[in-house]
Design a protein around this ligand. Structure first.
Ligand code: GLC
Length: 441
């Protein structure tokens, strides 16, 4: 098994994390790509950088929201594509510690989340729209790509690479143990060797031996890089990072080795705060998508975009607490759980876990109301030691009597007292049954 599998044990157990996109783009409030989309030059963008003086920034409040949601790790944008840093860097003044805001957001974030027992990661953008040596003209995304003034500008990309490597060194040196590093992203010729990825990986592994690293030094949210091949490069990363999509069948290499992965998903349609985007995903959908990820061997990194005052939007907080409510009842089917090798049942999904007593437990996530008892098609009733409704711990019987006589060989489970009863589901979002299997000697 690939070493990334051992390294990612905590990650594959924790399953659910918080992504935090925050920076000066919260001020224009039109998403974190606003500078590129609207081709805002550095001088004009400065207005937003100067105005970014959040009076309600309290990462303890963010961390409490993550705890309430049942999230086990969190990843903050230390620097996004606009190049504005949320940490103190010797290599630039373009950071929150040098503006009127005057605080090291990264340090405060790490402290607040660690204190609450949440693992911590940092996102670092490989792309940089502020550094003078990052290519502007000819680049598909740079805000000044069409500005004639930058054409022919004397640029030395190696100087940018020194800066990038230097800042990553700072993050890996000045902030204690990091659990995860999330580089973003590669495109066109800007990938792998262009970033001096091998050297960067060696430095990071040297400074932070246990840290997990994503796959985007050679990939993006859509392409996956060599991590999904049988011959990954040394800088292919520890997990794949599909963006705004959940892979149809999880991720494996051609020879069948499972690849750790994490789907990153927004709560509305933006990463950075967008005051105009009210397309919030309902909590029910988030619960079901989290379960879908786990059932396919993956994680969910769910995003929040705090506003220019530092507050996570209320609709996001409401969704997070509803998801957390479901998880506090049903978390054992998610944390430490993964795919089962049973075919997907027509009424929902299965996850699977080995419990503390070393017994195999299959979790039936029932998403669709039933007429009559639930059919556990994949199970022989003799293999089942017991079935429990996870939310309240009550024991469920396997149906006997007239209804099962009509379907010999089918394992039927009613939720009600009568053999034929099941509708309505105890939890319309996802009713979870723990099916403990008998030990075969
Ligand atoms: C992207 C985007 C970005 C976002 C991210 C999250 O590639 O450029 O704005 O931070 O991925 O996955």
């Amino acid at each position: 098994m690939h070493e990334r599998f051992a390294r990612s044990a905590w990650f594959r157990r924790d399953r659910f994390g918080m992504f935090i996109h925050w920076g000066a783009y919260a001020v224009p409030a039109r998403g974190e790509w606003v500078q590129s989309v609207e081709r805002i030059g550095i001088e004009d963008y400065q207005r937003h950088v100067d105005a970014f003086r959040p009076d309600s920034f309290d990462p303890g409040v963010w961390a409490d929201a993550a705890v309430a949601a049942g999230m086990k790790y969190a990843v903050l944008t230390a620097k996004h594509h606009d190049g504005f840093c949320l940490f103190d860097s010797q290599l630039t003044d373009y950071s929150t510690t040098h503006t009127g805001f005057g605080r090291d957001v990264v340090a405060e974030f790490l402290d607040a989340f660690r204190t609450r027992g949440i693992r911590v990661g940092l996102y670092y953008s490989l792309v940089d729209w502020h550094h003078p040596d990052y290519p502007a003209s000819g680049d598909p995304y740079h805000p000044s790509r069409d500005d004639p003034a930058v054409r022919g500008r004397d640029q030395i990309f190696d100087r940018y690479l020194e800066y990038l490597h230097g800042q990553v060194r700072e993050l890996c040196t000045n902030y204690g143990t990091l659990d995860l590093l999330w580089f973003d992203f590669s495109y066109g010729a800007m990938r792998a060797d262009a970033w001096r990825a091998r050297e960067l990986f060696e430095m990071v592994r040297d400074l932070q031996p246990g840290v997990l690293i994503d796959n985007r030094l050679e990939a993006s949210g859509t392409d996956k890089g060599s991590i999904v091949t049988d011959h990954p490069t040394p800088f292919s990363g520890d997990f794949a990072s599909p963006e705004q999509i959940i892979p149809t069948e999880g991720i494996r290499t051609p020879s069948g080795e499972p690849v750790p992965w994490e789907a990153c998903i927004t709560l509305n349609n933006n990463w950075g705060y967008n005051a105009f985007d009210t397309a919030w995903k309902p909590a029910e959908l988030i619960v079901r998508k989290l379960v879908e990820c786990v059932s396919k061997g993956g994680n969910l990194l769910l995003n929040v975009g705090p506003d220019a005052r530092g507050r996570i939007p209320q609709p996001s907080l409401d969704i997070l607490s509803a998801v957390g409510g479901w998880l506090s009842d049903n978390g054992e089917s998610v944390y430490g759980a993964g795919p089962s090798d049973l075919p997907k049942p027509e009424w929902g999904r299965y996850t699977r876990r080995v419990d503390d007593g070393d017994r195999e437990v299959v979790y039936a996530h029932v998403l669709e109301g039933q007429v009559g008892p639930l059919a556990l098609v994949a199970f022989d009733r003799d293999d089942i030691e017991g079935i429990r409704l996870v939310a309240d711990g009550s024991d469920l019987r396997i149906a006997d009597g007239w209804i099962s006589e009509g379907s010999p060989g089918l394992t039927l489970v009613p939720f009600g007292p009568e053999a034929g009863h099941t509708y309505p589901l105890p939890d319309p979002v996802d009713t979870v049954l723990a099916i403990t299997l008998r030990r075969h000697s």
